[in-house]
Design a protein around this ligand. Sequence first.
Ligand code: EPS
Length: 392
Amino acid sequence: MIRFETAGESHGEALIALISGLPAGIPVDFEFVNRELWRRQQGYGRGGRMKIETDKVHILSGVRHGKTIGSPIAIQIPNRDWKNWEEKLPVEAGDPAKHQAVASPRPGHADLPGALKYNFKDARYVLERASARESTSRVAAGAFAKLLLRALGIEVASHVIRVGHVELERAATWDEIVAVTEKQDVLLSCVDAETEARMKEEVEEVARTGDTVGGVFEVVVHNLPPGVGTYANWDERLDGLLAWAVMSLQAVKGVEIGRGVTAAESFGSQVHDAIHYGPETAEKPTRFTRHQNNAGGIEGGISNGEDIVVRGYLKPISTLRRPLESVRFDTREATAASYERSDLCVVPAAGVAAEAMVAFIIAQQVLEKFGGDSLDELKRNYDGYIQQIRNF
Ligand code: EPS
């Protein structure tokens, strides 16, 4: 079973990802892994921190001569900002006069429940770990999951379908989504230029008013064969696993698979994707096809061979330049919530982090079904199954 853990504080020395269970023999494209980290740093509305950091992986173990060797992969991503925080947030006791306390919790952030839970009179320790900076480690781990999936021809990409009030009002093709992920000048990762320009105006508006704005990203998995995940046990359903993984990302408050939300207000005849039988194609192992994909590629907790479509609904960032009301930890007096440099809009970046989570779950379930300690063994098992599906 592949799994990963992360460690690190937002302003600590480094972020860590530890991945275990990946088969041996996966070629590691270092440029690709670092580009994934770069993608997570992009987008119109990111804060000043992204000008300081150039996230890059330092791989300590589990990769030799450019390939995975089946051992745990330890990854370190240095925080460049650490040099500005060494005295404010030392590992040792340090000089308390130099510590930078967060005295009044921000509504919407983990500050208050975290401080109550861990008995801190300062939310500094809470936000250091609750910060979405942690998603850097997830993207590093997800990049390895993508490398495994890529070796089987399975791809994962994302795009933005809403920023605040502005929504993409048409479907996006797979090629359009891929083109967005390949861009060098990332704005808001929307496939439609006119909609993207209006999304930018939405961010400009909150920049003026000292507010923040959320939105919706969509992650798509392309070329996944039918049969991954199962209805047999509640904790093995693919939709449940994906929803959990995406919901665990910072600021995600809702997850939808396919047409999940509007399906609830429609009739069955309008929602379900009629089944057809078509000619054999090179890309698809099954000749059972659909003309639409409202199910988002999952029926009964199992992939059905259509693209997997997972949407994440992101609340606006909770650090506001024009802060909401809060209460001081020490005196209990009413005051404005703490303000610290932050982002205005992170929907494209959250989409990249969600790609990582989705890729990891898909890789996990693919390995669960097909197994293999080496990529060669996995490919043999995988190809055998694809043949079975073709012959069905
Ligand atoms: C982030 C880095 C952080 C924040 C953001 C995400 O950097 P800093 O706190 O130094 O500005 O920009 O974190 C939050 C939104 C948050 O609420 O903590 C990153 O690398 O994505």
